[in-house]
Design a protein around this ligand. Structure first.
Ligand SMILES: *[C@@H]1O[C@H](CO)[C@@H](O)[C@H](O)[C@H]1NC(C)=O
Ligand SMILES: *[C@@H]1O[C@H](CO)[C@@H](O)[C@H](O)[C@H]1NC(C)=O
Length: 172
C-alpha cells in the first residue's frame, strides 16, 4: 500500500509538472491500457494496442509496472527489437512507473529486459507521428472510461489521465 501511494505521488508530480510546463497538447498513452506493462496474454497484445493509437510528438508513454519485476530498454533498430537484443541499448528505465515523453518523430522500440519477458511478447514498437491528428482523443485509459467523460474540455485531460492511473495502480 505504501508503495502504491508512492507511485501515485510520483505520477501526480509528473502530471502536474508537465501541466505547469505548459505541454498542453501532449496525450498520455497508458501502454497496454488495462494490463499495464507486463508479460502479455499473447505475443500480439502490445502490437494490437499500438496499432489502435495515433501517437504524436509531444505525447507521453506511461509504462505502469513494479520496479524490479519489469523494466524498459530502448533499442535503435527493428532488427535488434525483433530478436530482443540488448546490444546497443539507447535508454534504460527501471523505476516503475515510467513516463517517457516523445520528442521526435519516427519509430521507437521498447521491450522488457528482464528474463524472457521480451520473447513472450513484452515489447512495444511505435511510430511517432510528426503532427497530432485533428481529432485528438486526449486519453486512452479504457479501464477508466467513466472518469474521462470530460476529456474534451481543455485542461482536464491530465486530471483525467491521473484518475485513470490511480485506478490502474489499484489493479496493477
Ligand atoms: C491477445 O489477448 C488479448 C487480450 O486478452 C485479446 O483481446 C486478443 O484477441 C488476443 N489476440 C490473439 C491473437 O489471441
Ligand atoms: C551497435 O552500434 C555500433 C555503433 O553505433 C554499430 O557499429 C553496431 O553495428 C551496432 N550493433 C548492432 C548489433 O546493431
Amino acid at each position: 500500500m505504501a508503495r502504491r501511494s508512492q507511485h501515485a505521488l510520483l505520477l501526480l508530480s509528473a502530471v502536474l509538472a508537465s501541466l505547469v510546463a505548459g505541454s498542453t497538447a501532449g496525450v498520455y498513452h497508458i501502454v497496454g491500457a488495462g494490463k499495464g506493462w507486463r508479460m502479455p496474454p499473447n505475443r500480439t497484445y502490445y502490437d494490437d494496442w499500438a496499432r489502435s493509437r495515433q501517437i504524436s510528438i509531444g505525447d507521453k508513454l506511461m509504462f505502469l509496472y513494479r520496479s524490479g519485476v519489469h523494466n524498459i530498454v530502448e533499442v535503435p533498430t527493428r532488427a535488434l527489437f525483433d530478436v530482443c537484443s540488448m546490444r546497443n541499448i539507447t535508454s534504460r528505465y527501471q523505476n516503475g512507473p515510467t513516463i517517457i515523453e516523445l520528442g521526435e518523430a519516427g519509430p521507437r522500440y521498447y521491450f522488457c529486459g528482464v528474463g524472457e519477458h521480451c520473447e513472450v511478447g513484452q515489447k512495444l514498437a511505435i511510430n511517432v507521428l510528426l503532427v497530432a491528428p485533428p481529432q485528438l482523443d486526449t486519453t486512452n485509459a479504457g479501464a477508466a472510461a467513466p472518469a474521462c467523460l470530460f476529456r474534451h474540455a481543455a485542461g482536464l485531460a491530465a486530471a483525467c489521465s491521473l484518475v485513470s492511473v490511480l485506478l490502474l495502480l489499484m489493479v496493477v
